[in-house]
Write a protein that binds this ligand. Sequence first.
Ligand SMILES: [Zn+2]
Length: 410
Amino acid sequence: MDKSLVFYCILFILIGEFILATVMNYLNAKRFKDPIPKDLSDVYNLEEYAKSQDYKLTNYKFGIFTSIFSLTLILLFLFFGGFAWADNIAQSQSENIIIQALIFFGIIMIGSDILNIPFSYYQTFIIEEKFGFNKTSKATFFVDKLKQWAMTVVVGGGILSLVIWFFQWAGTNFWLYTWALVAVFTLFMNLFYSKLIVPLFNKQEPLEAGSLKEKIENYAAQVGFDLQNIFVINGSKRSTKANAYFSGFGKEKRVTLYDTLINDLEEEEIVAVLAHEIGHYKKKHIIFNLATSILLTGLMLLILSLFINNPEVSLAIGVNRPSFHAALIGFGILYSPISEITGLLMNHFSRKFEYQADDYAKHTYAALPLVTSLKKLSKNSLSNLTPHPAYVFMHYSHPPLIDRIRNLKA
Ligand SMILES: [Zn+2]
């Protein structure tokens, strides 16, 4: 392999992905003004519909701007020796390759995150604010950033150090040890994320006794689901948008409801949403997703191990000498078309699972409260009721509202 060939591959991938994403966004935007399907005519009134149109268009334009910025930034970095600059700093600080890698990634990741702050600031305090979604204070915004960085340094830095240590010790077999490490970490996070990480950002309390809790417990008993942990999280600290999710398994399984969800929906609708979440568990979607993500990580690490000792993969990003950390960057870009494809597959399964969970809620509880809750949630997040099928195929982890409602009413 020749390093300029690899360099051109990298350019081709970066620009190709940009063009693909832009075309998809454009196709989707062309349907913003499509007539609303009859089954969804009661989601918005005229004024809300106009507001949702405005919201979609604002986000579309902002998306064009940010994606051009990101592409330009990485191209400038590639053409003007940005990676070599970060690599030279890393090398001048230490002889140890683990410390070099930590400094290198520290510069790249913290640097790109700082450059992205104005964009996420604009998204939160101008766009979300304008449409009435934002509840985040400026203090929360910046404290969140600091906490995220601290987590990246501790967790990301820890894992990166171990991976390079495996590499020094086991050569190309490092991928097997890394795979085991990531698998254990993924399982651990799935079990304890709600207990360990969520409290760093939010308050969560057990759902208080009352008619809602009674209804949920009655339903859970009826389907034979041992539900000990129902928590309410203060999502309203950051946004008015509502959500509910399931996490963990075995004794650690828990359902988390946003306080915004409890405010927006009737009790029957909340039970219906919960029935959908329990459906995911009963239909083994949680286990399937975990197992697949671990398998896909294994595949990626195996391919990485075939490329990692190839000096061209490092040199193609413009550094002066090959290294594990430079090869990781080069590999990350070269692998991205494959991860786009595995992402498509995962989205495909995810959409299928949504229908299955909806069916579960329909058969064990009722379809109507789920229909009305989905409509309310769509209305309250000003969501797009007429997405382009190609865009759905690529990006949607959930089927469009109209398809879910047709399935629930069938
Ligand atoms: Zn779901």
